[in-house]
Design a protein around this ligand. Structure first.
Ligand code: PLP
Length: 221
């Protein structure tokens, strides 16, 4: 099936409060343009250099999301244009993002990346660690970063019960933080979870943003 058709089908099948982020890492400009021409505007990348190049070659109304691990020394390259950094995993990184946002005279949206204990990646924060950041005076002093929610990944496994359990705990942390720290803050509303292999389970557990690559474009080579 062609890319545009798949995007339209998935978009139409999503609940009203859920958005599709198309993960375009490793895909060519031509391939991404097909998705753009089908109306897609939210794209995710996981490498800074690739993100910068694609931003320069593609239409300016694309909302670029950084979904991969971000080193502090590379924030400056994406700060002028990035829409949302979904992979914030430390207060140190957040401070650098804030500094670069100030330099560019803009507000940068971000999500905390929530760590799942059984996951292989070492990146991400526990729900407790996120709370510690939210309570710190250092965090409260950052005026050019805006928390928009949480991003998480389930373990890479065929065990759908385990995946469901992990998405459910992501959802619990999200609801807990939202009620405790963001009751009147409408911007904190995204629960970014679900990839090609598990997005249907993520939707059952309250995902507001699914991140799909191979479902849209086919297997990465
Ligand atoms: C690559 C990637 C995705 C998309 O993966 P697919 O299996 O191709 O859908 C989603 N989220 C993150 C963080 C990724 O790195």
């Amino acid at each position: 099936m062609e890319t545009g058709k798949i995007i339209k089908e998935i978009t139409h099948s999503l609940p009203e409060n859920c958005k599709l982020l198309v993960v375009s890492k490793t895909r060519s400009i031509e391939t991404i343009m097909e998705a753009y021409l089908a109306g897609q505007r939210l794209f995710g990348e996981n490498k800074v250099q690739e993100l910068v190049q694609k931003h320069e070659s593609l239409p300016p109304d694309i909302q670029w999301h950084m979904i991969g691990h971000l080193q502090t020394n590379k924030v400056k390259y994406i700060a002028p244009f990035i829409h949302t950094i979904q992979s914030v995993d430390s207060l140190k990184l957040l401070k650098v993002i804030n500094n670069e946002a100030v330099k560019n005279n803009r507000i940068i949206n971000f999500m905390f990346q929530l760590y799942i204990a059984t996951e292989e990646t070492k990146f991400g924060l526990s729900c407790n660690e996120i709370e510690e950041i939210l309570q710190s005076s250092e965090f409260l002093a950052l005026k050019n970063v805006l928390p928009t929610g949480l991003m998480g990944m389930a373990s890479f496994t065929d065990n759908t019960m385990q995946v469901a359990k992990e998405f459910s705990s992501l959802g619990e942390c999200f609801n807990y933080l939202r009620l405790k720290y963001f009751k009147d803050v409408l911007s904190f509303r995204e629960l970014s979870m679900g990839m090609s292999s598990d997005y249907k389970i993520a939707l059952e557990h309250g995902s507001t943003m699914i991140r799909l690559g191979s479902t849209i474009f086919g297997e990465r080579i």
